[in-house]
Ligand binder design. Structure first.
Ligand SMILES: Nc1ncnc2c1ncn2[C@@H]1O[C@H](COP(=O)(O)OP(=O)(O)OP(=O)(O)O)[C@@H](O)[C@H]1O
Ligand SMILES: Nc1ccn([C@@H]2O[C@H](COP(=O)(O)O)[C@@H](O)[C@H]2O)c(=O)n1
Length: 232
């Protein structure tokens, strides 16, 4: 009889949600590197779809038109935490999707239920295909909708003031108040679609307000190690 261990069949999923600027992508990437896991940035797909809609001349305020461009949305993303390119067709959009303009419109496509259904299927397929022993998946609805059965589920938070300060330090050319207002507006819009401000049952909150980056990574790894045996 052949014995197959869980880790050989499915990658262990570490689900991480949180508001904008809470450190989800940078912390998740560092955690994945440390544990030898893959890393999936789900927000990149919503951003890339917003980019694709605009590149296709679609009005992102019109849900039917956004749904219409799902068919031509040829999206690819890697899961290597050391470097993952984001492509739409032949175009490398890794940098373009981080532009403040895309951050300003992405919630319009993310609120469309058909978009969410389409992308959630895509995320689950990427997770299932992960060859490493685990995958850290971050976004807004990973702990509740995409992978509610994940063995590790974390809500990563930080005070609004700290999140604004961290994000504005990255965008030195943009006035701090404009960055802060965009972050607040995005959280307001996104919160109408999914709840990522409060931890669902069984989800562990890691509040990084008083933690530096390395301490936050360690705190998430401690949650993972406390949840189940891990490789790495
Ligand atoms: N604990 C921490 N201490 C200091 N800086 C941090 C900490 N956590 C994250 N950062 C920094 O905060 C900034 C925002 O982090 P990151 O981009 O990972 O957030 P995010 O939640 O993925 O944001 P978004 O949802 O807007 O994409 C980055 O510059 C990151 O290095
Ligand atoms: N699971 C998710 C992830 C993201 N979104 C939407 O995408 C936007 C960009 O996400 P970032 O993590 O890159 O900031 C975000 O503002 C949401 O509109 C989502 O809906 N669900």
């Amino acid at each position: 009889m052949t014995t197959v261990t869980h880790a050989l069949v499915y990658p262990i999923v570490v689900a991480i949600d949180g508001p904008a600027g809470s450190g989800k992508s940078s912390v998740s990437k560092a955690v994945a590197r440390e544990l030898g896991y893959g890393f999936l940035d789900t927000g990149a797909a919503y951003r890339a779809l917003a980019w694709h809609a605009e590149a296709s001349g679609v009005d992102t305020d019109d849900a039917a038109s956004v749904i219409g461009c799902l068919e031509s949305f040829d999206y690819r993303i890697g899961t290597d935490p050391a470097g993952y390119g984001v492509h739409v067709g032949e175009t490398d959009v890794t940098t373009a999707i981080r532009e403040p303009h895309i951050s300003g419109i992405v919630s319009r496509v993310a609120r469309v239920p058909e978009v969410r259904t389409h992308l959630i299927e895509l995320f689950r397929a990427i997770m299932a295909a992960e060859a490493r022993p685990g995958i850290v998946v971050e976004g807004r609805d990973i702990t509740t909708v995409v992978a509610p059965d994940a063995p590790v589920r974390v809500l990563l938070t930080a005070s609004e003031e700290v999140r604004m300060a961290r994000r504005s330090a990255e965008l030195a050319d943009v006035p701090a108040e404009a960055t802060a207002e965009q972050l607040r507006a995005r959280d307001r819009a996104d919160s109408k679609v999914v709840d990522f401000m409060t931890a669902a049952d069984g989800v562990v909150t890691v509040d990084s307000t008083e933690l530096d980056f390395d301490q936050t990574v360690d705190a998430v790894i401690a949650v993972i190690r406390g949840s189940q045996p891990v490789t790495g």
